[in-house]
Design a protein around this ligand. Structure first.
Ligand code: 13P
Length: 249
């Protein structure tokens, strides 16, 4: 059975004091053993978050990493560096990184390979932009993003892949995909994986939805058959909102 996953992507928010306060509030949240809860602070707060969540069921993941394991890449962070502070999960392919930092299907493929080589679990983000949905090519876009970055993997490697469908037009806009729109893409993606691999593999993959998930809409989205939880931005910065979303999973 797939576990529900609720992951908070803090983006470039929360300094040391704010991280301590938010984690202190999150630690009191009770959630089902069928649910995994993750938080993704900025690089500078990862070590602090690992220490503060020790002994709890809160998991800490990174928001990004470099495809190389070391070398002359000023300002970058590698998988071994993350591993060395106890980080075993990383978000890759977020649309903000694709849009502002030129991440491409090809560069993401390399990052995925490096992460898996270092036994990291990857939360891989994909999703179409507004103009792509308006021109009704959203299925093609999603297919291309997944095929190019992930479909070279062998079946065994997929046990470390979590998918996150994040339609770009729904991120930070307050405009959420409807539960039906989310379900439609999630089911399409699961079919795509089943046709490339096997249905048992497709059924084992958690596919999260991200884009303006709030306490008021989380339950309706999470109740869809192929939606296995959410990747949460703004609402993950408020303990009460994140708690309500976790408890909707
Ligand atoms: P919002 O929940 O703020 O729309 O952000 C979603 C997101 O980008 C999570 O990665």
């Amino acid at each position: 059975m797939r576990k529900k996953i609720v992951a908070g992507n803090w983006k470039m928010n929360n300094d040391q004091r704010e991280t301590a306060e938010l984690i202190a509030a999150l630690k009191s949240i009770r959630f089902s053993t069928k649910t995994r809860v993750m938080i993704a602070p900025a690089f500078t707060q990862l070590q602090q978050a690992v220490a503060l969540t020790e002994g709890t069921r809160l998991e800490v993941l990174a928001q990004n990493m470099n495809a190389a394991t070391n070398g002359a890449f000023t300002g970058e962070i590698s998988a071994p560096m993350l591993n060395s502070i106890g980080i075993q999960n990383v978000i890759l392919g977020h649309s903000e990184r694709r849009a502002y930092y030129n991440e491409t299907d090809d560069s993401l493929k390399s990052k995925v390979d490096t992460a898996l080589l270092h036994d990291m679990e990857v939360v891989f983000c994909f999703g179409e932009e507004l103009n792509e949905r308006k021109s009704a090519i959203h299925f093609d876009v999603v297919k291309r993003q997944l095929e190019k970055a992930l479909f070279h993997l062998d079946s065994g490697q997929w046990s470390n892949i979590i998918l996150a469908y994040e339609p770009v037009w729904a991120i930070g806009t307050g405009e959420t995909a409807t539960p039906d729109q989310a379900q439609e893409i999630h089911a399409y993606v699961r079919d795509l994986i089943a046709s490339k691999y096997e249905s048992s593999l497709a059924n084992s993959i958690s596919i999260l939805y991200g884009g303006s998930v709030k306490p008021a809409n989380a339950a309706a989205i999470f109740s869809q058959n192929d939606v296995d939880g959410g990747l949460i931005g703004g609402a993950a910065l408020q303990a009460e909102d994140f708690k309500a979303i976790i408890q909707s999973a």
